[in-house]
Every structure is written in C-alpha cells, then in structure tokens.
Ligand binder design. Sequence first.
Ligand SMILES: NC(=O)c1ccc[n+]([C@@H]2O[C@H](COP(=O)([O-])OP(=O)(O)OC[C@H]3O[C@@H](n4cnc5c(N)ncnc54)[C@H](OP(=O)(O)O)[C@@H]3O)[C@@H](O)[C@H]2O)c1
Length: 430
Amino acid sequence: MERINIAILGLGTVGSGVVKGFEKHRSKMENTIGKEIAISRILVQNLHKKRNVSIPIDLLTTSIEDIFAQPDLSIVIEAMGGLAPTYDYVKRAIEHGCHVITANKALIANYGSELTQLAHDKGVHFLFEASVGAAIPVIHSLQHFLCVNDVKKIYGIINGTTNYILTNMLEQENSFENILSEAQDLGYAETDPTADVDGYDALYKLAILSKLCFDITPDLSLIPRQGIRDVTLEELKLAKQLGYSLKLIATAENVNQQVSLRVSPMLIPTDHPLANVNGVLNAVSVESDLAGELTFFGSGAGEFPTGSAVLGDLFYLLRNINSIPQTTVRSLPCEPKYSEQSSLTRLIFLRVPEKEATVQFTKLLQVLKKKKVTILEATQQAASEGFAAIGIKVQSLHADTVEEIQLHTNCPLSIRTLLVSQEEPVLAAV
Ligand SMILES: NC(=O)c1ccc[n+]([C@@H]2O[C@H](COP(=O)([O-])OP(=O)(O)OC[C@H]3O[C@@H](n4cnc5c(N)ncnc54)[C@H](OP(=O)(O)O)[C@@H]3O)[C@@H](O)[C@H]2O)c1
C-alpha cells in the first residue's frame, strides 16, 4: 500500500495532542484514502525530556536535516511556535514540496501572505485552522462556507487566558495580580504573560481573521491594542451593575472598504451571546451579507482542542492532496484603518457616595454638553451599600473632554468602549 509520511516539528502541548489524536483516528483516515499514513519523524529540542505521550525514541531528532533527509516526506506539521527558526523551517518545507499544517498564529500573522503565496506557487497546501480559536472551526468556515459572503464585521473573545482572568476576578472577587498568578499555577498563563495580557496574542489572531475576511495585511504595530492590566475588580463589578460584561475583544469592521481594527477591553451588554463566554472559552462572531450573524463558540486552546484542528486540516489535506490549492478572493478591495475613532460609543461610569450622586450626575452631564459630546443614554442606578452607580453612554469623546470630566469628579471613573457596530444609529439624545 502507498504510504504518506508526515513529520512533526515540536512535541509539546500541541504536538502531543496531534500524536495522540492521530493514533486514535488513524485507521479511519487510512480507510478513507486507501493509503498508509505514518508519522515518520518528530523534531524536538531535548531528546531526553519526559513526554506525556508514548513515542519510539528513534522517531525523535534534534536535527532539522534529519527531517528533510527522509525519502518521500509529504506533509510537515509545525507545532514548535515562535518565528525563528520556525519561519525558515516552514519555508524550507514548502520549497521542498511538502504540504504544511501549522498552529502558529505569530507565524501566520507575520508571514502568512508570503507563505501562502509560496505554497500556491509550489502547488502545495498551507493550512492553519488551529492558529485561531483552536477547536473552533472558524478559519475553514471563512475560507470555504462563507467565501461568497461579503463580511461586514468579525469580532470575538480570542484569548482564553485573559478571559479566564476577567471571569475569575469577578467570580472570586479578587485582583488582577492574584488571578493572573492562579492562571499561571494552572498552566493557563505563561510565566511571562505579556503576549496574552497585553493583547499581542489576540492581535495576531485578529490579523489572520482580517486577511481571510477582507484580504488585508495590516501592519501589526499600527493596530490600536490595549490589554487588561489596568482592569480592576471594582470596574468589573460596576460594569455588571450597569448591565455589561467587560471582555478583551478583538474586532475588525468594514465601513466603506476601510477596515477598522482594534484589540481592547470592551463592554458587552449582558444579554449579548459573547457576554456569557466565560473562563478559557473563546467565541468568534461574523456578520456577513448572506449568512447574517454567526457565532462560533468553544475551546480555544489545549492539547486535544488544538490537536482536533490540526488533524481536521490533515484529514482535509489527505482527501484533497492532488487538488490545486486555491486562495479566496474577496470582491471589493479594502484597506486597513488604524486611527482611533472619536465616534466610537463609550461608557463613562463611576461609583459615587449616595448623597453626592445627583450633584455629580448633573455636573457630568453639564461638562459633556458644554463640550458638545453626543449623549446617547444616561443612567443613575439606585444605591447599594451607600454608593450609587452612574453610567453615561456617549459618542465623540475627545481626550481634552476626558481630562475636564476628571477635573469635575472627585471619584475615579472608568471609560470603556462599547461593542456596537460603528454604523449603529444614535439611539436617543438626552
Ligand atoms: N498550547 C495551545 O493550547 C495552543 C493552541 C493553539 C495554537 N498553539 C500554537 O501552537 C504552537 C506550539 O504551542 P505549544 O503550546 O505546543 O508549545 P510547547 O508546549 O512549548 O511545545 C513546543 C515544542 O517545540 C519544540 N521546539 C521549540 N523550539 C524548537 C527548536 N528550535 N528546535 C526543535 N524543537 C523545538 C519543543 O521541544 P522540547 O519538547 O524538546 O522542548 C516542544 O516540543 C505555538 O505556535 C502556539 O502558539 C498552541
């Protein structure tokens, strides 16, 4: 029987999930394609490391030359992570005539267009379903099932670590620092949490989704990005009291072929599907002209959820190995737009002693009116434990106005963007 040889680069969380899932489902794949499929070599850094997957030791190597020296190597699965030396290895694999599957969001966000083009030129497949949302089948859906649609907006919770932290700060009534440390102990956050808590991981995934939805390759350094380090427990509780969840949201929206991109903590009304995506779970919503609004929801990380996406790509590839890979072309050319819009809808919210509430509320409204800020909605909530909650939903808020508001209040206030479409009409001026 003809044999298909696969090499895996990396045997950590993802690589182990791929090997275990492959062994479990191998015969199904072999029976479907009528060929033997074998993992013929695995690249690692340390040959003597204790592994949580049983693998013959002679399958492991620390030399990339051993990988490419194999006769009849057809497929390379990259599960190493990082950019160097990974980019060189992946490029070399494609040039070698191998189909490549990767889970590496940093690689795709930085070199996805170049590698996709190279793969196209070489007539090999380059697949990366696991790079966004792990088990959630969003990439394949955008490339195939939604490819005829014009996408208006894509947004979601695409970083499990930050979602775990925000959810547990509120549930356990604890600080950012303490819940981050708990997430590190549980293996949900890295020792250096920068990529997650400062929004870089979500930024990479947003860039990948934007390429698929709008055929743009945004400059990562120009996309407005804000992480969750400054979110406080008090702010989360106050937002909840006013009817919102605060989540780290990545969003890309097309308005007149200009795609506004952004990663930041955003307020979501508690009846919105994303408001109840908690813990390490991820969710991605897509708004498009024919399909309407779709929300994908599930496990965005972990050995088996990520292994599922990689193996889904593998099975797809095995069934289409002789077809010429096609790139999806979107109908109207779009451009990325990086500037922060003052037109975003924001909520100014604060907690004030009950006896000062009416005075503070009136003062704030006066400042906003004087500065010609569009007020969409203003609420003063009944007091609890001697404090009242004030929430004022506004548009066209400029930095100088923020400074003036702060001068006129003696309580710390929060200003966060609301997750609404930029074309959503003004509801009611107060
Ligand atoms: N973890 C997840 O849930 C998840 C989800 C979606 C996507 N991803 C992506 O998947 C990729 C892998 O993540 P992971 O969590 O599996 O990482 P990991 O647990 O740190 O594993 C990395 C593996 O790559 C090997 N490796 C690293 N650098 C190498 C080098 N220079 N030469 C040879 N081998 C090298 C390591 O070898 P040793 O074992 O010998 O040290 C290890 O086996 C990343 O791009 C990540 O963003 C991860």
